[in-house]
Design a protein around this ligand. Structure first.
Ligand SMILES: [Zn+2]
Length: 442
């Protein structure tokens, strides 16, 4: 049950993570929601549930995730911070290279480490183990580990305070997000990894304002679902507060998973108390409720259409053709733009730049990289073998082999309505034109 393999695997995955590498939108280290293990667990489990194929669309599930967070953390329905739980968790998962932003504007993320996402979303303890190893790796890579060892060794709070002050300064100048050393999160972000690590290493609590307290970090300090965090009236909440997972948290399981990475010595546990049922139940009761609302059948369909296929280069990729087709149906008329064919069941979601040639999921899933076509026009257009559509004019350009064919006379002087040649599609059609001219240049 203790999976030392995954612990080592994870430590290896994080061996290059650093505070100096937080490019905009591509990931962020702990923030004031995502340092909490329950936040990371709940949000990861949501992502696992509502992913399709290797994608997660944050915007599409915004309302559901807000609803989920509101109930699990007993927040006021319109509390401004609700969306930060998911946003900051996603940023953390990107930082850890578990997710990758495909299109920040559209809120689309690619899941690039399935194993780790599964691991984190399986239990609260696993979410904590993930966070610990991430903090541990950052400390190592950013030369903060010596401070941390010193901090743990120091006996008196006053000595720890001096080390903590030096650590915070070093942290702030390393964190690329910090603009002003004396302001805002420069002052409080160093607290997060410290508190996460201090919990299992039995070290003192450190405050946002930089004070080392006399008490040790306890489980409440690394979670957000605690008594006293609910503001205002609770009368309209759907679910009673369920935070007894704080008491059920299996320290023995966590210690045995993290033992090589701890500064604190623990004796060997005679037996490990661990049950994964409870933490999962809390999340799944709510996920099931959300999942049974509205678009369930549509989402299931999306899941089913997430197949594997082999590309021409022999690479195995997941396809999400059904999803691509659905989004194309939303943005274009249900008609083949070349010949006017209308029977929907036969309309094909044709990629302009083929799926196998797309550099990322954004291109692969972008409906503007597609046209709904009848089977014949799709065949002509595919791989730019016979026709292309001029990206500037919308004119259909035919090659000489079909130009004089009696069956294809309708292609002559054919021009697509200007609506089809909008900005993004123009970009993909340009690619298609280039392919066409490459093939027909001889
Ligand atoms: Zn057609």
């Amino acid at each position: 049950m203790i999976n030392q393999d995954i612990t080592n695997y994870m430590a290896n995955c994080f061996k290059n993570v650093t505070l100096a590498n937080q490019p905009n939108g591509q990931g962020k280290f702990f923030a004031d929601k995502s340092y909490a293990f329950d936040t990371v667990f709940f949000c990861s489990r949501f992502i696992s549930r509502f992913r399709f194929g290797n994608m997660f669309n944050k915007h599409e599930y915004k309302e559901k995730s807000n609803n989920y967070i509101k109930d699990l953390f007993c927040l006021q329905p319109n509390a401004a911070q609700i969306q930060n739980y998911m946003t900051e968790t996603i940023a953390l998962l990107c930082f850890a290279k578990i997710l990758k932003a495909s299109s920040i504007k559209q809120g689309v993320y690619e899941i690039i480490d399935d194993d780790l996402l599964d691991f984190i979303s399986t239990s609260f303890e696993n979410a904590y183990i993930f966070q610990y190893l991430l903090a541990y790796s950052v400390f190592h890579n950013d030369n903060l580990w010596d401070f941390y060892k010193e901090f743990c060794k120091a006996e008196h709070t006053t000595d720890k305070q001096k080390i903590y002050d030096r650590y915070r300064h070093k942290y702030a100048i390393t964190d690329t997000r910090v603009k002003d050393l004396e302001k805002g999160h420069a002052m409080f972000t160093p607290k997060f990894p410290m508190v996460v690590m201090n919990y299992i290493n039995k070290q003192n609590m450190c405050s946002r304002t930089g004070k080392v307290q006399d008490n040790l970090v306890n489980i409440n300090d690394i979670s957000l679902n605690q008594e006293g965090t609910r503001a205002g009236s609770l009368a309209n909440l759907m679910m009673p507060k369920k935070n007894s997972y704080l008491q059920d948290f299996s320290i023995s399981y966590v210690v045995e998973s993290l033992r090589p990475f701890l500064t604190q010595q623990y004796d060997t546990f005679k037996n490990i108390q661990y049950s994964d049922s409870y933490s999962i139940d809390i999340a799944d009761v709510k996920l099931d409720m959300l999942d049974s609302e509205g678009k369930t059948s549509e989402r299931k369909r999306k899941m089913q259409s997430g197949k594997y296929k082999k590309t021409s280069t022999g690479q195995i990729v997941r396809t999400v053709q059904g999803e691509f087709r659905n989004s194309l149906f939303k943005i274009t008329p249900h008609t083949c733009p070349i010949c006017g064919f209308k029977y929907e069941n036969f309309l094909i979601a044709s990629h302009i730049k083929p799926y196998s040639k797309c550099d990322d999921t954004y291109d692969a899933m972008n409906p503007y990289n597609g046209l709904l076509m009848c089977p014949i026009c799709d065949k002509l257009f595919e791989s730019a073998n016979y026709i292309t559509i001029d990206c500037k004019t919308g004119n259909v350009i035919c090659d000489s082999t079909i130009e004089n064919e009696i069956d294809f006379q309708y292609l002559r002087n054919k021009q697509l309505p200007i609506d089809y040649i909008d900005c993004e599609r123009k970009h993909y059609l340009k690619w298609h034109n280039d392919q066409y001219y490459k093939k027909h240049s001889i």
